[in-house]
Write a protein that binds this ligand. Structure first.
Ligand code: ASP
Length: 339
């Protein structure tokens, strides 16, 4: 039986063309036209298109992510569908993919893709990315992997992937774990899937969870200003292992005393946060005050996890468990398989 993949288009560079009047690129290409531009897709199976949006991904919000999740959930529940591809701007692709990964049960593949070059670029990367993503979405072997990100011949787990380059076609990487697999001339090679926790509800999340980035010499002014907006939670992006200048300790304590959960992430692209340093503002000091560790999650992903976790429970232990569970290791196995 031929496979059946649904492409849900949301916009981004893959759908842009240059607009001479606006003197810039704008998303104008429909999902149907993206698919029509890649005749090789028909060699994989039937491709159906759902036009969800046509926006630059800087306009994506957690609310839209929640609605997208509902649309994908209902598409995946159809008996005739093997998998789903989401085309998305690369700027915030990792956030939408991660949000959906936290909310969708593992099952039929959901593969995000996009492009670094516009549809009217002399050498666009979108068509090849779409071809690889549809191939992965059609694959029975990739069921149970959770949400995947397929670009430039690489398959990444939404949990680990991040955008590493502003313009190069090799823009995406999973800095800590490496890619989950590859698409090589139409052949899928992948590691075994990850062990995954229970999904969250895409409709229930805390709205006000800002990210505050640390800098040398930082004092109490910004953290105190943030407290005035009464955040539901806060993600701090610090140095190294998740260390901060001593100036933030007093305002942080005031927030923690009010019951606002705080998560420490790092501005370093690779590696985990950990409570190592005991100096004022050091990771171990903040941990002793009740600050949670983001582990290998970058600040933007830690924010989404905190938002969804807060939608579920405000209990401090439950929140801490969410951040522990996300770090559950992939099942140990040296084997790869070819689908
Ligand atoms: N530069 C972005 C992209 O690659 C634009 C966006 O994220 O919408 O798609």
């Amino acid at each position: 039986m031929r496979s059946h993949v649904v492409v849900v288009s949301t916009g981004g560079t893959i759908a842009t063309r240059h607009d001479p009047e606006k003197n810039g690129d704008v998303p104008v290409v429909s999902g149907a036209d993206l698919v029509a531009a890649v005749p090789a897709l028909h060699g994989i199976g039937e491709v159906e298109v759902v036009e969800f949006a046509n926006i630059p991904s800087a306009q994506m919000t957690p609310g839209i992510m929640g609605r997208l999740c509902g649309v994908i959930e209902s598409i995946r529940s159809r008996g005739d569908v093997d998998g789903v591809v989401v085309t998305h701007g690369t700027d915030t692709l990792e956030e939408t993919a991660f949000f959906l990964d936290l909310c969708l049960a593992p099952g039929k593949p959901v593969c995000f893709t996009g492009a670094m070059r516009s549809a009217d670029h002399p050498a666009p990367d979108g068509p090849h990315n779409l071809l690889c993503a549809v191939k992965c979405a059609a694959s029975r072997a990739l069921r149970g992997y959770g949400v995947l990100v397929v670009l430039n011949g690489e398959i990444h787990a939404a949990r680990y992937v991040t955008k590493m380059h502003t313009s190069n076609v090799t823009a995406f990487a999973s800095p800590f774990w490496g890619p989950a697999g590859h698409v090589d001339e139409g052949v899928i090679l992948a590691r075994p899937p990850l062990v995954r926790g229970a999904p969250f509800s895409p409709e229930k999340f805390a709205e006000c969870v800002p990210i505050l980035k640390a800098y040398t010499g930082m004092d109490a002014i910004l953290p105190d200003a943030l407290a005035a907006i009464r955040p539901d939670g806060l993600v701090l992006e610090g140095f190294g292992r998740g260390n901060f200048p001593p100036g933030i300790v007093a305002p942080l304590k005031r927030l923690l005393d009010k019951g606002v959960p705080v998560v420490a992430a790092t501005r370093v692209p690779v590696g985990r946060t950990a409570g190592i340093y005991a100096a004022d503002g050091g990771g171990a000091h903040l941990q002793s005050l009740g600050v949670l560790q983001s582990g290998f999650l970058n600040s933007q992903k830690a924010r989404l996890l905190l938002m969804l976790a807060l939608g579920d429970s405000r209990d401090a232990r439950a929140l801490a468990d969410c951040f522990k569970e996300i770090e559950v290791l992939p099942e140990q196995s040296a084997s790869v398989f070819i689908a």
